[in-house]
Write a protein that binds this ligand. Structure first.
Ligand code: FUB
Length: 339
């Protein structure tokens, strides 16, 4: 995140009347929906967009969010409940600014809310907060997760009970500043003919509060087994990773950022490597695209966002639509209405 918006979202707002599905809520702006099914109910952990009055720039400074609300519903197309403020930035002792895309997990009677926020030095870190309820309120740990970096945590528990966190985003997500292993505020992306920066993954500790191992970079390959290149911006990873498993295959999906696709790649291990497979959703209205995928009552759903309510790229609204899988598990591409 995020390039210059250059009128992208606004142009689309004027010309796209039917936008696939309806916003799940319209009384607040919401984005980056991480959906989970806990005890048979669907819970959505989104970013809570608001007008902070911060000028737009290439690092996404205008995404200056300050709290989270949890949404829930008992079925797709059912009534959506907003459970109010689940965590406020003022109650995260180490946080500076910009509470970006969160995710959640459950283990042994506790719910965990994972969130990226800049620390007081302006470096994105991943924090964790806990609650006995899926809707919070969540209490933040006193420090970020050790060894954490960048943005967009996505937590996946495998069928063997091990839990992994996927993180990362380039540009405003700062992944390019960690290429040497240390934070370098002047770090740059690789040259266009070099392998693209990958997202990172690490197994979580049994108490779900820390990494159990150093974070490792994930490789995303083309079908010939070669790494996607940094210049291949229609296919390479940008931000907003998500992991799910289907019939023993691991599906890593993500945003291509400046080309605005939701893409996916598959592999045989939660650590990858993953082979690029194609597009799940074509570009939506607004600059960012961010998603999650869940199975509910035997069907697969894509939670995503666009900017239907505001026409402004930093004031988004979450939505859900059904996914179609082919017999081999691959997705039928969803074509967002043409502009
Ligand atoms: O919501 C802030 C950022 O926008 C997220 O972290 C990115 O994935 C993008 O959706």
């Amino acid at each position: 995140l995020l390039g210059t918006v250059s009128g992208f979202g606004q142009q689309r707002a004027e010309t796209a009347p039917k936008l696939l599905s309806k916003p799940l809520v319209s009384h607040i702006y919401t984005a980056d929906p991480s959906a989970h099914v806990f005890n048979g109910r669907i819970y959505i952990y989104p970013s809570h967009d608001y007008e902070a009055g911060v000028p737009e720039d290439d690092l996404g400074s205008h995404f200056a969010m300050r709290d989270y609300h949890v949404l829930s519903m008992d079925r797709i197309n059912g009534k959506v409940t907003d459970h109010g403020v689940a965590l406020d930035i003022k109650n995260i002792p180490w946080a500076g600014k910009q509470l970006w895309a969160p995710d959640a997990a459950y283990k042994n009677g506790t719910y965990y809310l994972y969130f990226p926020v800049k620390d007081k030095q302006g470096v994105f870190r991943i924090g964790v907060a806990t609650s006995k309820s899926p809707t919070g309120p969540f209490k933040a740990e006193s420090a970020p997760m050790k060894g954490s970096l960048s943005i967009d945590p996505a937590v996946f528990t495998d069928t063997d009970g091990q839990t992994y966190m996927y993180i990362g985003g380039i540009w405003g997500g700062q992944l390019q500043r960690w290429r040497s292993g240390q934070y370098n505020p002047n770090g740059k992306e690789p040259a266009t003919n070099e392998p693209a920066l990958g997202p990172k993954v690490a197994r979580l500790s049994k108490n779900m509060l820390q990494f159990d191992e150093p974070v490792k970079e994930i490789k995303i390959l083309d079908k010939a087994g070669k790494p996607l290149l940094a210049g291949d911006n229609k296919r390479r990873f940008f931000e907003g990773g998500w992991m799910h498993k289907y019939k023993d295959k691991y599906y890593f999906s993500y945003s291509t950022g400046d080309t605005h696709f939701l893409a996916y790649a598959t592999g045989t291990s939660p650590y990858g490597p993953f082979t690029y497979q194609g597009v799940i959703l074509t570009p939506v209205q607004g600059w960012t695209t961010h998603h999650s995928i869940i199975e509910f009552n035997g069907k697969w759903y894509l939670f995503y966002h666009d900017t239907e309510l505001s026409g402004k790229t930093h004031l988004r609204n979450v939505k859900v639509t059904e996914l179609t899988r082919k017999p081999d598990g691959s997705f039928v591409t969803i074509n967002y209405p043409a502009k």
